[in-house]
Every structure is written in C-alpha cells, then in structure tokens.
Design a protein around this ligand. Structure first.
Ligand code: SF4
Length: 175
C-alpha cells in the first residue's frame, strides 16, 4: 500500500469520505491555487502548501480508472521538485551541466521513480549494461560501504545525466 505523509492511502481516502461533501469540495477548490506552484518552504504557507500537494498526489494514486498512476504520481512530484528547486536552489548553488559531483554520491530514490528511469533507458544497450554491472557491483558491497563509496551513477554519460528528463527528485534538487 502506498503511504503519503505517514498515512496509508486507504485511511486518507476514508478520512476524505467522512467529510461533508461541501467541505470536501471547498478544500479541493482552495487547493487549486496551490497545486502546480512551487512548494512554500518559508513562512505561514508551508503547511497549506504541503497539504494541498499531498492531497493532489493522493488523488492521482487513488484514481483507479487511470492508467500508469505511479508514473503520473512520479511525474507530478518531479515537476514539483523542478519548479521548487528553480525557485529556491538555483539562487543558492552553482550547479551546471558538466558538473557530475552529485552523481558520484549516495542517491536514494523511490520505486515509481525507478520504474520511470527504467522505462527511459529501455532499449539503450550501453546504459542498460552499465546499470546491470553497477547493480552486480553494488550487491556485492556491504551496505555501509555502498553509502560511503563514491560510485559513479551508471546513468551518467560524459558528465551529464543521460536520462535528464526522468531523473529522480533527489537529483532535481541539484539541477
Ligand atoms: S540519475 Fe542522472 S542526475 Fe541522478 S545521479 Fe544518475 S546521472 Fe546523476
């Protein structure tokens, strides 16, 4: 079961169902002006911004009629990370194409993001071979060593991400 902000999706859906219909509609209407905007990381709007985006993400994942819900949820989060990092991070750090420093550090990601990455590199034999070799090497390492060793991400090619549009959220935070 997917978990969002610490609660199970079923519990979230049940909590929304218990709300009066007019209140539920009003909440979702109020969310409209927040969804699609960068996260508020400072000031009074933080909680509201996180809640609205979490609700929107839950609605995507709960839409049982829609195809590829996990991919759509990952795409939503990736866009949120892009526009938020554009707003906050670009002004603070000097990331640019050609610098692959962060691609040799420990990168954690989520399953939907891994599915999207796998889809993006499918058919690309050299990248797939690098991923398989990195996976074999990584499996043979003790967990702690995996986290401290500077292992180059197999998606990296000529100091640039070869799956840039599908890179995980954590990579987007560093452009
Ligand atoms: S997925 Fe792309 S941006 Fe992320 S670590 Fe790998 S090469 Fe770097």
């Amino acid at each position: 079961m997917h978990r969002i902000a610490g609660i199970g999706l079923n519990r979230y859906a049940a909590a929304m169902e218990r709300l009066d219909v007019s209140i539920r509609r009003q909440i979702l209407k109020d969310d409209e002006s927040i969804v699609g905007q960068p996260l508020e990381l400072f000031g009074a709007g933080i909680g509201r911004s996180v809640q609205a985006n979490t609700r929107h993400l839950a609605l995507i994942l709960l839409d049982s009629e829609a195809k590829e819900r996990a991919s759509r949820a990952a795409a939503y989060i990736e866009n949120l990370a892009d526009i938020s990092s554009e707003k906050y991070v670009t002004a603070l750090v000097a990331c640019a194409k050609g610098c692959s420093h962060c691609c040799t550090t420990y990168v954690s990601t989520t399953l939907p993001e891994i599915f999207r990455l796998a889809q993006a590199i499918r058919g690309n034999a050299p990248t797939t071979a690098r991923v398989q070799s990195a996976a074999a090497r990584s499996r043979a390492m003790p967990q702690l060593q995996r986290e401290v060793d500077r292992v180059v991400c197999p998606i990296l090619e000529n100091h640039a991400c070869s799956a840039y549009l599908n890179r995980p959220v954590v990579c987007r935070a560093a452009q």
